[in-house]
Design a protein around this ligand. Sequence first.
Ligand code: CMC
Length: 428
Amino acid sequence: MSKTAELSIDGKTYSLPVFTGTENESAIDIGKLRDQSGLVTLDPGYKNTGATKSAITYLDGDNGILRYRGYSIEELAEKSTFIEVAYLLIFGELPGKDQLQRFRDDIKIHTLVHEDVKKILDGFPSTAHPMGVLASLFCSQTAFYPESLDPNRASESIYISIIRSLAKMPTFAAWAYKNTLGHPVNYPDNSLEYCSRFMKMMFALPAEQYQPDPVISSALDKLLILHADHEQNCSTSTVRMVGSSQSSIYSSISAGINALWGPLHGGANQEVILMLESIVKDGGNIDKWIAKAKDKNDPFRLMGFGHRVYKNFDPRAKIIKKAADDVLAKLGVKDPILDVARNLEDIALRDPYFIERKLYPNVDFYSGIIYRALGIPVEMFTVMFAIGRLPGWIAQWKEMRENKEPIGRPRQIYTGQKERAYIPITKR
Ligand code: CMC
């Protein structure tokens, strides 16, 4: 029997359907509440609002569970590859051998970007943050592929947009970095796999025989898997929201890149490293920084700590912490900020302020330390997150389109002035 919830107000009772998902999470469906009662719900930041039904990612914040299409993040991070995970997220099932090969080959065919993209890139000063450049270059694809402006195209045409997005993302990302240096760009080398190809575009110098390091490529691959989707977070909701107006896949994802950029979302990985460096420079007094984070008159927050959904631990952070130890050991890198990060974590996890508020290290706390060890500069950290999150954004955009979801348009409760007469300027 289907469940209902009763809402009583002003002596009237309304019966609201309850929807239950495959993992027994339940939601009160308030879709018709306004028609019945004139009421809307109020939930700033959508802290308790399910914006959609989705079959892509399952996240249980209380128990630290994260699964893509039913597969645990721990297993995927250990056994899979980023491209395989991208396929899984976007198409719903793990690919067979031939499907995976075709997917890889299709991506390789489209890694090159139109030469005119270089002209757009040239318009950016080298001071431009690579996230802004990445969002712009991504959106510029609407100009090179105008057919993408119609999201109701045939599925083969959507497939090509998906492939182009995955294929060109590392090219745009590496070019955005080259722009910060004022250096010429490198073209994609399709004899290499996804992560090695990206690293070569980032770091190869002219006339140099660049040898991708398998330790680095495999560490990067794992990081990308861990970032690949995270259900309805700020950037993903943005992608769905923008896409709901039937905007193209490129403009929807470009909007997601911009949403990810902020320091409370993907920008936190850059902020973590800047914070750890400041602590080291400041003499390493961790207690002082913990006190700052707890002081409500100080805007400082412990970056890389806390999460809207995870309230016990972030499973990605656990995997990344271990990976950071492994990668640094394999590469023979000794990084003083790793010790500061560990001490900071230890002290925070014993502090009642963080315990009471259930604040634990999130995915961004240790990822920056790995990126640093891999030689990736700090201003590129959020770009790395964007490369990882791309399959999730694509999968969520595709699902939103296939489910024929209505345009996203929340309500509000107006708290401004009541109607009043206009006062001419001479009388003000
Ligand atoms: N340092 C100090 N206090 C914190 C922190 C922090 N990092 N995070 C939350 N709090 C406090 C906050 O001040 C509030 O305290 P009180 O109840 O006394 O007012 C309480 O904890 C609840 O915080 P909130 O801001 O209401 O929680 P939220 O769910 O709105 O925010 C968050 C989640 C991730 C934005 C927040 O924890 C934060 O700003 N963390 C630092 C930035 C960060 O690491 N972001 C990356 C998130 S994971 C990657 C991703 O998916 O984007």
